[in-house]
Write a protein that binds this ligand. Structure first.
Ligand code: SF4
Length: 506
């Protein structure tokens, strides 16, 4: 007798798993991150990991998303050949219905980030559908499902190459990782796929990220094949690059490196890297005909209770009164606690503002001597002022930066990860500053936001220009008014310390 799988059971199971992973990190990730936090020697990187761990605990308790980017849903389904469906929808439609319900769940609204017509109108589909779904038809009478919610910042740093058969995989990976910058919110995992064809290597890389973090087990038992040898070698060598948490420099850039391989053509050696960020989110369930699968809540004792060490260098800044002279006194790596009013804006708002300026009209918001935060928050629920509201990748705003600084009098920007040379030149020329908040600590950041109102472009939804009033929002000075960048100096300093043996990577 075939197993009967009901449509409602698959829909409910997908919705349950997506809600679950929006607020619970996998326990293996928490344990690995806590270990890295304890080993970290760079105070700035340690503080970034503290924020991610505190954020994670708050999300697990408050059932709110770990990150404001609640991801694009990726699903891997293994359908048993002896399964029969009690359904009037196709399996992909059922999965997408599960996504729709999860992202619209009123008590924990998730951010709809999916745009249709990607090189055209880029219109939000409104419910985070469609998911990206991969199928395998396998012997058996169950349906096995892995769901993941992949952040756009980490997906953006994916790399692919068709190497020559004699080229070194290790050399290529060590060349690519520094080029990935910090926009993938390290520390996280690298998924590496080798072999097959171009698309197979990418799929292998993505699939490998579904496995639990277990590099310490592998270090103990030793490699038994080439893929495991590569995992060990790359884990050590990537961490020795000194990139560190959030690219600030430090001992841990990756918590694990996964490698999957597949037979390939004699002329080819396809290779793909897909990183998984601080918001690592995935879950697994099996349907066997006995009803919907429910995820089991973790034991919160597995989440360390960490208090941030304020340190003596923390400066409180009043954004309503800050002067350019005061901003010019900040040095890369300084920790600031921001208070007062800031504006928000990201990709779509920047494009609109730059277009308005080009047409000679005036902007709907005066940016003179203000700070703008690159963010697209989650909608609030219950008594929240705003939902999780962590920073988005700043390099996407680089091409707008000179115009924004020179034509509006903007004083500073707050975002995630490094700035590119074009933006750094513009910052130095305008004696502006760039501050970074920790990617992957979105709920923690949101606690600092005491009021929020839309000032311009309401039609852009989460990309509208808001005014936030904040209290003690933690940020780090990433580019100072002379153009010095902590994302350049930090990794250089820590790589040198590691090479000299002054600190040890484990
Ligand atoms: S942790 Fe960083 S890369 Fe990951 S989803 Fe959040 S902002 Fe994006």
């Amino acid at each position: 007798m075939p197993t009967i799988i009901k449509q409602a059971d698959l829909i409910d199971s997908v919705a349950d798993a997506l809600q679950f992973i929006s607020y619970y990190h996998p326990v293996d990730f928490i344990k690995a991150l806590h270990g890295a936090y304890e080993r970290e020697a760079n105070p700035a990187a340690k503080d970034a990991m503290a924020q991610i761990l505190i954020n994670s605990r708050m999300c697990a308790m408050g059932h709110r998303p770990i990150c404001q980017d609640t991801g694009i849903v990726t699903v891997k389904v293994k359908v048993g050949m002896d399964v029969q469906w009690d359904a009037d929808m196709g399996v992909s439609d059922m999965i997408n219905e599960g996504v729709r319900r999860a992202y619209g769940f009123a008590d924990n609204l998730l951010r709809a980030s999916i745009l249709s017509d990607p090189d055209g109108a880029r219109k939000n589909t409104g419910d985070n559908t469609p998911a990206v779904i991969h199928y395998d038809i396998v012997p058996g009478n169950t349906v096995e499902v892995h769901v993941a919610a992949k952040g756009g910042g980490s997906e953006a740093k994916s790399k692919f190459a068709m190497l020559n058969p004699s080229d070194s995989v290790v050399d290529w990976v060590l060349k690519m990782v520094p080029q990935m910058g910090a926009g993938w919110c390290p520390p996280g995992m690298l998924g590496i796929g080798i072999g097959g064809t171009a698309e197979k290597a990418m799929l292998l890389a993505k699939e490998s990220l579904l496995d639990p973090i277990d590099i310490q087990d592998l270090q103990e038992r030793g490699a038994s094949n080439r893929a495991e040898e590569l995992r060990l070698e790359l884990y050590e060598k990537v961490n020795k690059l000194g990139i560190g948490a959030q690219g600030l420099g430090g001992l841990t850039t990756v918590l694990d490196v996964k490698v999957k391989d597949y037979p390939t053509h004699a002329a080819n050696k396809a290779i793909a890297i897909i990183p998984n960020c601080a918001a690592t989110r995935h879950a697994h369930f099996t349907l066997d005909g006995s009803g919907a699968a429910r995820q089991t809540p973790p034991n919160l004792d597995d989440w360390p209770e960490i208090a941030r060490e304020g340190g003596g260098d923390v400066k409180r800044v009043n954004l309503d009164e800050v002067t350019r002279e005061e901003a010019a006194s900040w040095k890369p790596g300084d920790t600031l606690l921001l208070n007062g009013k800031m504006l928000t804006g990201r990709d779509a708002a920047h494009k609109k503002m730059v277009d308005i300026l080009a047409s000679g009209e005036s902007l709907p918001v005066d940016l003179k001597n203000r700070f703008i935060y690159y963010v697209g928050p989650v909608d609030p629920v219950r008594e929240e002022v705003v939902g999780p509201a962590g920073p988005t990748t700043a390099t996407r705003m680089d091409k707008f930066t000179r115009t924004m600084l020179e034509e509006t009098g903007l004083m500073g920007m707050i975002g995630k990860a490094e700035r590119g040379p074009v933006a750094i030149d513009a910052i130095r020329d305008s004696k502006a500053v760039y501050l970074m908040a920790v990617g992957g600590a979105a709920y923690l950041v949101a606690q600092a936001i005491k009021s929020s109102k839309v000032l311009a472009f309401p039609e852009l939804g989460m990309e509208a220009v808001y005014e936030f009033e904040v209290e003690d929002m933690p940020v780090t000075v990433a580019v100072d008014s002379t153009g010095e960048s902590v994302h350049q100096t930090g990794p250089q300093i820590w790589q040198a310390k590691i090479e000299e043996g002054a600190v040890e990577v484990k």
